[in-house]
Ligand binder design. Structure first.
Ligand SMILES: [Zn+2]
Length: 269
């Protein structure tokens, strides 16, 4: 089962609507795939939040009264109207509060579903780190840095270029490049590896708004660039902006080291 197939079935699993054999093959995939486990946790958290909110929120009695007495929802109380209503709706006394409750539930669900639940693109991009190290991403490996830059640039029609860093001084060699599409945005990923570990360099079109809200901000006065540091699942990341392009370096190396690297490589736009 691929990740795309798994993610399509996750909602059904959370809703207990998934039957074998799909259920067991999804569970097998989840045992092996951290990315899809994360998606499952998010889906469960969302469901929990909706359920919790439904229990916490009680409509104030004047709102209930307003809904129940709203002519547009429950038309007219005149005699003829009531007769018709009896004809279509044999138990008006029972149905009214039930319908009001349903309307209220729909209103609550709408509020929750309209709320953007997508995580920042920077966090979503980091999932490729774990996926790649686990061998879940199919990439063409090459140690040719120019080739990686060229292929990634071609993938976005030359709109922007990946950060083609030379990191041999840190004993890191380019090993692969890949393109991920998150929320309709193409994310270029250049992957470096060496005896000391891995470094991922993400490049995409964006703004400082793409930094996760809880990231720590550092201002480099010499370069006049803001750097945003954040971590996710043991992976440290440093984001900065060069013109309309966002660059994120991600690695398991210590945050100070990663920040120093990002500062040394960043170019003032
Ligand atoms: Zn997966």
């Amino acid at each position: 089962m691929t990740c795309a197939e798994a993610q399509e079935l996750i909602t059904a699993l959370v809703d207990r609507e998934l039957l074998d054999p799909e259920r067991s093959s999804l569970e097998l995939h989840l045992q092996e795939c951290a990315g899809c486990r994360l998606a499952l946790e998010q889906e469960q958290a969302l469901k929990q939040a909706i359920r919790g909110a439904g229990q916490r929120i009680r409509a104030p009695s004047d709102l209930r009264h307003k809904i129940v007495s709203d002519q547009r929802i429950f038309p007219d109380k005149s005699r003829s109207a009531r007769r018709w209503r009896h004809y279509f709706w044999p138990m008006p006394q029972l149905a009214h509060p039930a319908l009001a409750a349903v309307l209220l539930a729909i209103a609550i669900l709408t509020v929750f579903l309209l709320k953007p639940r997508n995580q920042p693109v920077a966090i979503a991009a980091l999932e490729t780190y774990d996926l790649f190290l686990r061998g879940h991403l199919s990439v063409r490996r090459t140690e040719n840095a120019d080739q990686i830059v060229e292929e990634l640039t071609r993938a976005v029609g030359g709109d922007f270029h990946p950060m083609g860093y030379n990191l041999t001084a840190m004993n890191l060699r380019p090993v692969a490049g890949l393109v991920r599409e998150i929320d309709g945005r193409k994310i270029l990923v250049a992957i470096y590896q060496g005896p000391g570990g891995s470094l991922f360099c993400y490049t995409f079109l964006g703004s400082a708004e793409d930094a996760p809200p809880n990231a720590a901000r550092f201002f480099d006065a010499a370069k006049k660039i803001d750097f945003y540091a954040f971590s996710r699942g043991g992976v440290n990341a440093v984001l900065h902006r060069e013109g309309g392009v966002i660059c994120i370096l991600a690695s398991e190396m210590p945050m100070e080291k990663l920040l120093a690297l990002a500062q040394s490589k960043a170019k003032q736009s």
